[in-house]
Design a protein around this ligand. Sequence first.
Ligand SMILES: NC(=O)c1ccc[n+]([C@@H]2O[C@H](COP(=O)([O-])OP(=O)(O)OC[C@H]3O[C@@H](n4cnc5c(N)ncnc54)[C@H](OP(=O)(O)O)[C@@H]3O)[C@@H](O)[C@H]2O)c1
Length: 304
Amino acid sequence: MQNTDTPRVLVLGATGRTGAAVVKELEATPGQVVPVRASRSETTVEQWIKEGKEAVRIDLDDPDTFPDALEGIDRVFLMTGYTSAMNHQTKTLVDAAEDAGVSFLVHLGVFGDKRSTDPHFAWHELVERYIAGSKVAWANVHPHVFMENLLGINRLRDGRMVWPMGDKQVGWIAGDDIAAVVARILADGPDIHTGKDYYLSADLLNGAEVAEVLSATLGQDIPALVLGPDDLQRMIDAGLDVAPANMDAAYAASTLIWARQTYEGRMDYSAVTTSTVQDLLGREPVHLGSWAAAHRQELLGQLS
Ligand SMILES: NC(=O)c1ccc[n+]([C@@H]2O[C@H](COP(=O)([O-])OP(=O)(O)OC[C@H]3O[C@@H](n4cnc5c(N)ncnc54)[C@H](OP(=O)(O)O)[C@@H]3O)[C@@H](O)[C@H]2O)c1
């Protein structure tokens, strides 16, 4: 029988990359919190319930679905997808969480400096101010570039690592480390983590350095194609590079602005690694070489 004292955590995006990994982490330490999966797909929710999992339907574009989804929920993993809808989605969800008596929100943000000017970074900072203005306790997790982007937006093209930011390095973090940190914060709860910002960056690497790590790990020669943002813009204009299907035009345009700002040195403040994984989990973060070894088949599949 379920212990009703155990905090119930609503995990948004439970069908997605980070949300699914957060659920997995929370389930690996049973008894601390009860994860409640959320999806906008009725079929997915029904399937989860059939499998004996706690699940609710929520559509972040339909606040009428929020009160039922938040009933009996103590903590929320608050994440949104790659669209500018994140602004109204987060705003309305925070309002509903406050009304429902949720005690703790853990927000998935980006690696900004709270003075960001590229749109999607600015949106995340805007919603974080909104969360901070609510009555609900909060913590923010700020991951740098996901290593998993190497399976998506930064996948190898014609066997090459395309890098539109010259020799500029960015921070990289594995999805499993993001999920493990988020899960620890959700399980520990507001007494320990209220008002904290956790920045995640395990490796500092530019495109040529990523190509070197991938070449060494996969035993294949993977060259880098080092470009600037103008070259990327030309590729986009020529239809040679298209945004992923789950990214809207405004978010996609913002990622290009981010690349330009990185190239121009305006993001140099973020060229750092952090000790967050070590501090919260007491272990080394996953480095790109071991991440690539774990994703060997998917990466090799991009070469065939
Ligand atoms: N990629 C990076 O390098 C990076 C770096 C830093 C921060 N971030 C941030 O990470 C976040 C994305 O994380 P991710 O890669 O884990 O996302 P993801 O895999 O694309 O998953 C997005 C999730 O959001 C859900 N979702 C989308 N629209 C919804 C709606 N209207 N109602 C309910 N659920 C909805 C999706 O569920 P369904 O589609 O099943 O409904 C899906 O589970 C973004 O906020 C991004 O800014 C990314």
